[in-house]
Design a protein around this ligand. Structure first.
Ligand code: A2P
Length: 301
């Protein structure tokens, strides 16, 4: 890694596109607050903005890009197709809608938000629609989210494009080592959603879920020793593994702090100590159980 976008190093995707390693996620940010939050993130040195059709704030992300005054080539915008729109034809229409809401010349990356394992034909159809959009030049890179290794292999067998990225739940309590190995074998970049493990707190899908990662004594001991915050230690643990991260925060100081992780290095004992916190238990729903109706989300025009 030797190039940067804003304050983040970039990572080369399997199609040669460079993506910032650290991004700003706008999940759960109200549309009315999104443009301001993204402009603040740009100011703090973020250049990758991660939205989704299902977040209902693509218009406001596009607005921030327009208002930022930054050259388009220095910004990387990701969005995601929603499961109810899967199938080739309906995904083409759904992407049209994303494209008009974002109002950008092109979209840097489009991901499938989940697999639908019980309807994989339409999952593949949606991905083929993204392949067409990439050929037509409206999208630079395509990928997936929340795919198990088996879903990746099935998708790759049925399409022409290896996903550039698989964005998955990943934090010290669910460190996904086996999936990371599969990604390395297949040439896919691992991108962590909920990199700080916030999902353990705000998502009640798993009863008996582990505590908030940022309160973990081992992480706090390393943070104290290094004079860094627990969040900086966790985010550094990700990037040292080559994992792309999209931490989210509603607080200015934390947004800045979460990018300020490139001036120190964890030693291998510290990396191993954090690795040892893995519980093997995800907080969110197992992607194998996702159907088009699991979440009551409809994408409005
Ligand atoms: P807040 O928005 O109040 O700052 P994740 O991205 O892993 O889901 O984590 C998000 C959670 O972590 C949010 O609750 C967010 O709270 C909190 N958070 C984000 N950055 C930091 C930080 N630097 N220090 C402490 N908490 C943070």
């Amino acid at each position: 890694m030797n190039s940067t976008m804003g304050k983040s190093p970039t990572i080369a995707l399997n199609n040669g596109v460079e993506m910032p390693l650290v991004g700003f996620g706008v999940f759960q940010i109200e549309p009315k607050d999104t443009t301001g939050a993204v402009l603040f993130a740009f100011d703090a040195g973020y250049r990758l903005i991660d939205t989704a059709a299902a977040y209902h704030n693509e218009r406001e992300v596009g607005q921030a890009v327009a208002e930022s005054g930054l050259p388009r080539s220095e910004i990387f915008v990701t969005t995601k197709l929603w499961v109810r729109d899967y199938g080739y034809e309906s995904s083409l229409k759904a992407f049209d809608l994303c494209f008009s809401k974002l109002n950008l010349e092109y979209v840097d990356m489009v991901l499938l938000h989940f697999p639908i394992p019980s309807d994989f034909t339409n999952t593949v159809g949606a991905y083929k629609a993204l392949e067409k959009e990439m050929k037509d030049g409206r999208v630079k890179a395509i990928g997936v989210c929340n795919f198990h290794e088996k879903h990746l292999e099935d998708l790759i067998a049925q399409t022409d494009t290896v996903p550039t990225v698989n964005q998955v739940e990943l934090h010290p309590y669910f460190s996904q080592k086996k999936l990371i190995q599969a990604h390395q074998r297949l040439g896919i970049v691992t991108q962590a959603w909920s990199p700080l493990g916030g999902v353990n707190v705000y998502d009640a899908a798993t009863p008996g879920k582990p505590r908030f990662v940022l309160e973990d004594p081992i992480i706090n001991a390393i943070a104290e020793k290094r004079g860094k915050s627990p969040a900086q230690i966790v985010l550094r643990w990700h990037v040292q593994q080559g994992i792309s991260i999209i931490p989210k925060s509603a607080h200015a100081e934390r947004i800045r702090q979460n990018m300020d992780i490139f001036n120190f290095e964890l030693i291998s004992e510290e990396m191993t100590a954090i690795d040892s916190l893995d519980t093997g238990i995800r907080a969110a729903l197992d992607p194998d159980s996702i159907t088009r109706d699991t979440y009551d989300i409809v994408i409005e025009p």
